[in-house]
Design a protein around this ligand. Sequence first.
Ligand code: ASP
Ligand code: MG
Length: 460
Amino acid sequence: MKVLKFGGTSVGTVESLHNVKAIVEACPDRKIVVVSALGGITDMLIDTAKQAAADDISYMDRYTAMIERHIDVVMGAVPESRRAGTLGLVKNLLNELGNIYCGVTLLKELSKRSLDIIVSYGERISSIIVSNMLEDAVHFDARKFIKTRDNGYGVQVLDNDATHAAIAETIASDPTWHTAVIGGFIATDDKGDVTNLGRGGSDYTAAIMAAAMDAEQLEIWTDVDGFMTADPKVINDAYVIDHLTYSEAMELCNFGAKVVYPPTIYPVYHKNIPILVKNTFKPQERGTLISTQMHASHSEREITGISSINDTTLITISSFCMVGVIGVNTRIFSSLSRNGVSVFLVCQTASENNTTLAVRTADAELATKVLREEFAKELASGKFNEIIAESGLATIAIVGESMRNNTGLSGKLFNTMGTAGINVRAFVQGALEINISFVIDATQLPKALRAIHDSFCLKN
Ligand code: ASP
Ligand code: MG
């Protein structure tokens, strides 16, 4: 049994759907095909909903464009014998969607629940199209078995037990199918209301299915050749990493490289199911295989890959009164988490005089406000110094299992930065020694990536 997931670009046009058909039909195994919405449709569903709620009548144009796009794809991709039937199903769903938009305009209100219902149409429709495009495929409604629950902060997260139980009762216990097709991303909560697994969540659906069905492999078919050694937009000789361990993939995908949605790794790692990342448009390429084993050739390399993001803000909380005081960091992180701010890098020196956090620049204003409120008394009394936020920064992470116990590696990294004339503003290496992350001025990012890529022999 295999699970094959196709992203939005792969199912986005008639031509790309022909590739999908060829890839699926060339795989003789019993399989579940998980699909995203047609490329760009989720964004369009959301934008149209916002327009409708703002009583902007031009939402009708976007809605009409979505109808036309789906009809064109049915006409071009679904074989004639099933075309009329598919068109009927798709038009029904689009009509329902139109009625919901109408309701949103009348009420001039777009609740989270309505938006979740609206975005679900992307995958509901694409999965019906793909199942009818393929020969002998059976469609299953993912809303019946991908279950979510509220995590206590108003965010829907996977309800693992309920999902596994529902999969066992539905798709897993049905022996009649050889190729099953489901929409990714979409789910329902315990009340049966439509929810989802978050933007990019179709990969996660595929991983959940692979784990629940004990698949022998999870294939993620996308529009890039695999994980790259560095951002190819910056480093033109960056190349595809043929093999990653689960830990390396986790380190790389959580940050910078948007190849796989980060929650995807855990369910399959847990069951030791390999992930193969492949390009739908170049199926002959090897792609990236993610598994437990470190590939022999990689042990000679000092690092496996570099990831980077250029929107970084550093926030520093400092005081001469923090030393030895227990609970300052608890207050920092509790207040940020209550406000939904994610921190991706943390530094505290052994002097305990200051803690520096890195957040996305979009979160920086909120983070600073929250921290100033949390420590208002200490700031007013002068016990704490003014909380400083510095933006215009970038973060780089170098990643690799072979970094562990490799003496001199961080020395070499800082030497490389020094030789390139780049000032390192903050850095962290966890004791797992699989990732060193550091922050520099954003304008220096291309130069820093180039210097690391060259000096760590990431050239092919
Ligand atoms: N269609 C959803 C999104 O665009 C889920 C996915 O594509 O993975 O976020
Ligand atoms: Mg996607």
